[in-house]
Design a protein around this ligand. Structure first.
Ligand SMILES: C[C@@H](N)C(=O)N[C@H](C)C(=O)O
Ligand SMILES: [Zn+2]
Length: 252
């Protein structure tokens, strides 16, 4: 199904900056990697790579965070993603959507097919091969994260799972829930906690120059087309371009 996203129209002037491994000793990591577990085709590539300046900004974000919460770390869920992995995850999610709805691929109507793809592409970027519109993670400038508490040895409470296909993925979902007078007090407390933690993570990332995806509390980008588009929305009097297009790891 052809899918167009407004950020994919943004121009790219490639900087040529290198992809670097994310240091294992500085950050926490979701292991084993969730898409590798599903059998995603990484070949020689690793999901734990980012462009050099994006990695430096991630370190700056963690420094901001640790001024407020010294025992918290940024926890990497996913970073670099080859296009073959993007395609694999898009198809995997499509199958998951059908399963949840109790639909069978062989007997789907065209409106059901359309509805299932809409749901998939509400969250995932299309696995475009066109270099003018790469999937964000294939540029090495997007990262999916949560926070990790080294004192409790647990991820920090964010209210919902990364990649969840639900309204809870929206960054402001728990702020709205906490403010709703019909929310019962125990749910309100949890909603406030999730909202506060999401905000703290977003503040640290924004201080370092990242932009957050409009519909995903965990997805941040710096220098790709989505970042340029979100900056353009905020500062229409300036002109933004992406500085990172699709990149292949050296040796692949
Ligand atoms: C779904 C999530 N893991 C993600 O990365 N979404 C963005 C938009 C993407 O697919 O690039
Ligand atoms: Zn992402």
């Amino acid at each position: 199904m052809p899918i167009s996203k407004p950020y994919l129209q943004m121009p790219i002037v490639e900087s040529g900056e290198t992809l670097l491994p994310i240091p294992q000793d500085l950050f926490a990591f979701e292991t084993p990697h969730p898409y590798e577990v599903l059998g995603a085709p990484y070949e020689q590539a690793s999901p734990y790579f980012l462009r050099k300046s994006v990695l430096a900004a991630l370190q700056a974000a963690q420094n901001y965070l640790q001024q407020l919460q010294p025992h918290w770390q940024i926890m990497i869920f996913d970073a670099y993603r080859p296009i073959a992995v993007q395609a694999f995850m898009v198809n995997f999610t499509y199958d998951q959507v059908l399963k949840e709805k109790g639909w069978h691929a062989e007997t789907l109507s065209s409106s059901q097919t359309e509805a299932a793809w809409q749901e998939v592409y509400g969250l995932w970027a299309p696995p475009n091969l066109d270099p003018k519109s790469p999937p964000p993670h294939s540029t090495g400038a997007a990262v999916d994260i949560t926070l990790f508490d080294q004192q409790t040895d647990e991820p920090v409470f964010m209210g919902s799972e990364i990649d969840e296909l639900s309204v809870r993925s929206h960054p402001h979902y728990f702020a709205d829930l906490a403010q709703n007078p019909q929310t019962p007090p125990n749910e309100k407390r949890l909603a406030e906690q999730a909202d506060q933690n999401r905000r703290m993570m977003c503040d640290a990332m924004s201080q370092a120059g990242f932009q957050r995806h409009q519909n995903e509390w965990w997805h941040f980008c710096l220098g790709d087309q989505m970042w340029a588009w979100l900056n353009q929305l905020e500062q229409p009097h300036l002109i933004f371009k992406a500085r990172y297009g699709r990149i292949e790891p050296v040796g692949s």
